[in-house]
Design a protein around this ligand. Structure first.
Ligand code: 6PG
Length: 245
């Protein structure tokens, strides 16, 4: 398959410059959108935390939070107050500092008997918000692990074949916390705008492969498989250390 996808790449000196640019991109995307509510799928991990703090601080007054709905691209199957929780990270970095209607915040419920139940509940949440069509986020913020994973979709995962129409899946991460809940690849590929935030030297080898060899890397790395359908925009926002090694 020829992946003629044009990946737009913007290079920044460091994660602070990258995060400010990502915040501006988010402000502009919301301002330019004609939809009544603007849906964002948030990434976990450490890279986006600076962005979230900027959205809670410098840029908070430029965002009509009453129009914004926040979702999570993935979650670790831990309690919401666990230090490893992506929800907890976003709560501390963003939610505790902004005024957003609680009904606009859609965390993945991990206070269930098992991860499969959490995944099923989140799929129901998505259908309630997006109807029976494949969910289409206005903005999908993604990170990339140094193994090329994104959200909680890891290289070699059978779920990458995604022969069914599941929206949310349970995966096992190579590092603790092992059990994760993640949006599936079809959902990740359906966003209007997808932004990858990649920073740090350890990301360089895989990032270089993906940008230099889109076809070859497409089969190896979930991050390379995110190819927005149709008119979807894909933007890689990377810092010098990730790009140059
Ligand atoms: C998670 C994220 C994950 C993250 C990458 C990069 O739950 O950890 O969703 O996909 O984006 O692992 O993580 P860092 O930003 O910490 O390098």
């Amino acid at each position: 398959m020829d992946h003629a996808l044009i990946r737009k790449v913007r290079l920044f000196d460091d994660i602070d410059a990258l995060s400010h640019a990502a915040a501006l991109k988010l402000v502009e995307s919301i301002a330019n959108s004609s939809v009544p509510t603007f849906s964002i799928a948030l990434s976990g991990g450490s890279t986006p935390e600076r962005l979230y703090r900027l959205l809670a601080g410098d840029y908070a007054r430029e965002i009509p939070w009453h129009r914004v709905h926040l979702f999570w691209g993935d979650e670790r199957f831990v309690p919401p107050d666990d230090p490893a929780s992506n929800y907890r990270m976003v709560r501390h970095a963003l939610l505790d500092s902004i005024t957003i209607p609680p009904k606009n915040v859609h965390p993945i419920n991990t206070e269930t008997d098992d991860a499969a139940t959490s995944a099923a509940l989140y799929a129901r949440t998505l259908r309630e918000q997006f109807g029976d069509d494949l969910p289409r986020f206005d903005l999908n913020i993604l990170g990339m692990g140094d193994d090329g994973h994104t959200a909680s979709l890891f290289p070699g995962g059978a779920y990458l074949e995604n022969n069914d129409d599941s929206l949310v899946t349970v995966t096992q991460a190579p590092v603790a916390p092992h059990t994760r809940i993640s949006l599936t690849m079809p959902v990740l590929c359906n966003a209007r705008t997808t932004i990858f935030l990649v920073a740090g030297q350890k990301k360089h080898p895989v990032l270089k492969e993906i940008l230099d060899d889109p076809n070859g890397s497409h089969g190896r790395y979930p991050a390379a498989m995110v190819e927005p359908r149709g008119d979807g925009e894909l933007l890689w926002m990377v810092d010098q250390s990730a790009m140059m090694g």
